[in-house]
Design a protein around this ligand. Structure first.
Ligand SMILES: [Zn+2]
Length: 174
């Protein structure tokens, strides 16, 4: 089921999400809904708080190029992370980021290049993953959502001011 995505500056996006305690059917349904919602909007990641649920749950699915210009995000490739914790961070990298809660906004953001993250899968099994490429950036972006942060908060003061001014115009026009 496709759920509505909260748009910045919805106050709920500032909430600190709570740990998941039971790995039950409700969790599985939410994970499935997050996937449907993310795919419908052509996203690569989505955190539960973006659909208004303040629990430490996120998904990431980096599209595969199946042929030139044609991308696919098969469900079995979805990384489902529950209660993720960044264990290690190293280096720095600049990537252009976007967010389904800020449609149409793309900005360069500096983050750690390499991260090692511990998390639980949908069955409650503990997992560890490391990455130093786009997945690393995506995990840091989504984990920020669980702590009430959106990527534009990482912009410089001047860029942020400019963004807020332009975003007001976008929201008025919507
Ligand atoms: Zn986001």
């Amino acid at each position: 089921m496709i759920r509505d995505i909260l748009v910045y500056p919805d106050k709920k996006l500032k909430l600190i999400s709570k740990e998941v305690l039971s790995f039950d059917a409700t969790l599985h349904e939410l994970l499935d809904d997050l996937y449907d919602t993310m795919c419908e909007r052509n996203g690569v990641g989505l955190a539960a708080i973006q659909v208004g649920i303040a629990q430490r749950i996120l998904i990431i699915n980096i599209p595969l190029e199946v042929e030139e210009g044609v991308h696919d995000q098969p469900k079995e490739n979805t990384l489902e992370m529950i209660n993720p914790i960044i264990l290690e961070k190293e280096g720095s990298a600049l990537f252009q980021e976007g967010c389904l809660s800020l449609p149409g906004v793309y900005e360069d953001v500096e983050r750690a290049k390499h991260v090692k993250v511990a998390y639980f899968d949908r069955e409650g099994n503990k997992q560890i993953i490391e990455d130093d490429d786009f997945l690393s950036i995506a995990m840091q972006h989504e984990i920020d959502h669980l702590d009430g942060k959106v990527f534009i908060e990482k912009l410089s003061y001047i860029k942020r001011k400019k963004f807020e001014k332009e975003w007001k115009k976008v929201l008025k026009g919507a």
